[in-house]
Design a protein around this ligand. Sequence first.
Ligand SMILES: Cc1cc2nc3c(=O)[nH]c(=O)nc-3n(C[C@H](O)[C@H](O)[C@H](O)COP(=O)(O)OP(=O)(O)OC[C@H]3O[C@@H](n4cnc5c(N)ncnc54)[C@H](O)[C@@H]3O)c2cc1C
Length: 457
Amino acid sequence: MPVRFDVVIVGGGISGLVAARKAAQQGKSVCVVEASDRFGGAIQGQILDGVTVDVGAEAFAIARPETLDLIKALGLGDRVVAPRRSDSRLIVPQGIFPMPHALLGIPTNPLADDVVAIIGIEEATKAAHLDELPVPESWDPQITLGALIRQRLGDQITDYIATPVVGGVHALHPDLAEAEAIMPGITAATTKHGGLSKAAAAIRSSSGVPGAAVNGLAGGMSNLVDALVQELQETQNVELVLSSPVTDVSRNQSAGHIGWEVRTATQKFVGDRVVVALDAKNAARVLTSVPLIHQPLSRLYVGDVVVFAALISSNLLDEDPLGSGALIAPSTPKVHAKAITHASAKWEWVRTAFGPSRHVVRLSYGRDGVINENLDDLARIAHADLELLLGASMPAFDETHLARWTGSLLHPRVGHRANVAELKAAAATTDGLSLAIAGLAGNGLAGTVSQAHAAIS
Ligand SMILES: Cc1cc2nc3c(=O)[nH]c(=O)nc-3n(C[C@H](O)[C@H](O)[C@H](O)COP(=O)(O)OP(=O)(O)OC[C@H]3O[C@@H](n4cnc5c(N)ncnc54)[C@H](O)[C@@H]3O)c2cc1C
């Protein structure tokens, strides 16, 4: 016999849990069906030498209120912490530099000292001249971010500043990213302000809090998932089902009841409403019986990324030589990682928890969503990367954890906005089905949380 609920939620990441909370607060009976043996999806804590550290999302943007509001509502407001330092570095073949003042790798002034330090005064002057040229009144709506930056600021800024930043944040090369999908309004702003760097400066200063400003939770972001699950279990009428991969979501018309049916290999759940809170790839897989939704979903690009977290005992990291972390240009010789976070430099709670000269670093792999490294050999690769980045020989790692995130990052490649518009139009005309697809509202927790709220009207 199928189990019947008002709302069935497919996927127990933050999105599914937030949607469940809202539906339960409305007095509905709710079930969350999760494939893996834990909730939280891309928010995951992992124990290294007795301390839980984040191996997925580690922070939330504070320019938007959604995540902070949720954290406070769950009673975790006193755990919110600002980073101890947030001065990331840029690693390029020329060396290691402070991150230039920029909007997602678009410098706000190509002649600023921090840009000149990286590409030299000659190239910086060329970039400034390029950006002074007349700006088109209209743009190719599918222009890539790379083409836009190359056109206005030249190849050097694109390759040595924008590429590592976009690659670090979105795991995507700017030459593949649709400019308007990754940065809505950037082409119109370029026209309006008479240049790309001026547009970047205007957008940065118009948002009161810098877009990159983040906070975290002392003890890790996994506390948010634990608090949500605890509340759903203890105070809400929510059935939480683990280790149950959903294979199919389809319309259900039985015994005069019209709704949705959610199937796993062994179970069937029926709901008046179903919320699909999965990454795009898995969502397309389970929605084959709804072609209008399946088709645009299956055209969305997703990327894989690996986070290699390691605990290492060395006083060479005591002075935070990489600041809070670094984004690494693909052209940097021999280094495989695309980014590194020095968690003990970034978060005071990590530093305190492990004590003097014991450091947590997180190296991430997967340029353009493809992992080229042999994962069985990743500990050796990560160790070699760390030595290259620090320019010194390092002791063996004390403890490590490899977290593989498959399909977790939605890639706004060329055609993204057209696919999303088709998907949203189809979803709007499909009664009883809500989509909360990871990354559809941006690859960050703020968009994810607000999208999950919107899935429950
Ligand atoms: C490595 C990494 C670091 C990040 N860092 C940050 C950060 O610092 N700050 C920030 O704001 N954002 C960050 N993000 C993005 C943020 O984590 C995500 O936007 C957010 O967690 C997505 O949540 P979600 O619930 O939509 O999807 P997911 O977290 O992907 O959850 C989907 C869930 O669905 C489950 N599932 C999959 N298939 C099925 C199936 N067939 N049946 C049932 N269940 C299924 C999965 O197991 C998973 O639990 C990061 C993402 C990654 C991958």
